[in-house]
Design a protein around this ligand. Structure first.
Ligand SMILES: [Zn+2]
Length: 416
């Protein structure tokens, strides 16, 4: 087997306790874990490149299923005076109408955001981008321009987050922008059916375009604690009649309905083969403000969805913008919140920010098993739990067996 090895990730530790050198072939896929030093040396003599892992823990690279790169890092240029959703919307509208988000600054912010994600160990990003209304596809074009500089470093796909409404009076300009976004190569169609005047018409419009143009769907769904708002069930029923990939992000009201109704909706989601994305940062920041007593967490109910076999990923959503003033563009922060606020165990939480994201996006599996894409991170910790707990700054980021980023720190403790 070692004759097909082109890269040697030397002295790696795996979460199951094994140690050795990971061999990667010319296609960037794992060949095997080599434990015999003679075989490692033979592969090196055969011309394989050596990457020193120095005993660090090697894990699947991280993945971000739900970013808003057009909004990220605007918390200071679009200050949210009240810190709540109304303040965020007002801040965004004021900044946008003041011309704060011109093409050049948008490209630069998206570039910085992608850099932060890459340095955190992210090799796959899905980002929603506002499309429609007065801005048309301007933000999408800026995001695509920034992303083009990272094509050799990470996989990036964009969702056209369509301005409301998508049906009835006023929808023409938004549907025209959606068509323009599709022409511009947008990967996925998005929207917010629970905020639309006609949720079913919105869902129908999205599926019509998606099926006509062969695009996947990723909708913001039921981002509210109001249990009477339940468009997830409409979406699941429509998704059962389609073969395209469908993702629903947020699904907060699912945590507020009675258990029998919840079981019914989750069963429909499972039968539709949909993916669900939990977004703890923004939901914890924005939800529950009208409930000063016994404040609900406002999170996607991840555990019952996983128990029913639904693919559940987790993302950061807003990062340092008016909708969430903090955030580090680090999926290990998201995983930590899924453990603390979502009651998910660490191994499962890590899957939610790695393998589940790639599964959502129909991407090949990344990891250390034979045949996996060698998109990996090496971190100076002993376990997945410790990686989430410490979120070490030091990270070596590998894509297809090649080092694409590295972040290191120096530490010093004074002596008396
Ligand atoms: Zn979002």
């Amino acid at each position: 087997m070692t004759e097909s090895v082109r890269v040697l990730l030397r002295n790696a530790s795996l979460p199951d306790g094994r140690h050795g050198t990971l061999g990667v072939d010319a296609n960037g896929r794992i060949v095997e874990l080599i434990t015999n030093t003679d075989d490692v040396e033979a592969a090196a003599r055969g011309g394989a490149t050596i990457v020193e892992i120095n005993g660090r823990l090697v894990l699947p690279a991280l993945a971000e299923p739900h970013a808003h790169l057009d909004k990220a890092l605007t918390a200071d240029v679009a200050p949210n005076p009240t810190g709540d959703l109304r303040g965020a919307i007002d801040a965004w509208i004021l900044a946008e109408s003041s011309g704060m988000f011109d093409h050049t600054s948008m490209v630069e912010r998206v570039r910085r955001s992608l850099e932060m994600l890459l340095l955190s160990g992210v090799t796959f990003v899905r980002s929603h981008i506002n499309v429609g209304g007065a801005i048309g596809i301007a933000y999408l074009l800026a995001a695509q321009e920034a992303a083009s500089r990272f094509r050799h470093l990470m996989d990036i796909e964009f969702v056209a987050l369509i301005h409301m409404p998508m049906s009835g009076p006023g929808s023409e300009v938004n549907l025209a922008a959606l068509d323009a976004a599709i022409d511009a190569g947008v990967d996925i169609i998005g929207g917010c059916p629970h905020l639309e005047p006609d949720a079913q018409a919105c869902i129908d419009a999205v599926f019509e375009r998606a099926e006509r143009h062969g695009r996947a769907i990723d909708l913001h769904v039921d981002e509210t604690l109001d249990p009477t708002v339940l468009t997830l069930e409409l979406l699941a029923e429509r998704a059962q009649r389609s073969s395209i990939g469908v993702t629903a992000s947020h699904c907060v009201s699912l945590s507020m309905i009675d258990s029998a109704s919840r079981a019914r909706v989750i069963n429909a989601v499972a039968r539709a083969g949909m993916s669900i994305v939990a977004l703890p940062q923004t939901n914890l920041f924005l939800q529950g403000r009208d409930h000063p007593i016994a404040t609900p967490r406002g999170l996607t109910p991840a555990l019952p969805l996983i128990a029913e076999g639904v693919n559940v990923a987790a993302g950061a959503d807003n990062v340092q913008d008016p909708f969430n003033l903090v955030g580090r563009s680090d999926p290990l922060e998201t995983a930590s919140l899924m453990v603390m606020a979502g009651h998910v165990l660490p191994d499962s939480a890590f899957s939610m920010v790695s393998s589940a994201v790639r599964s959502m996006a129909s991407r090949p599996s990344a990891g250390t098993n034979r045949g996996d894409i060698a998109d990996l991170i090496a971190v100076p910790v002993g376990s997945i739990r410790e990686a989430i707990a410490q979120a070490p700054v030091d990270r070596l980021v590998i894509r297809g067996g090649q080092v694409v980023a590295e972040r290191t720190t120096t530490q010093h403790i004074g002596t008396r």
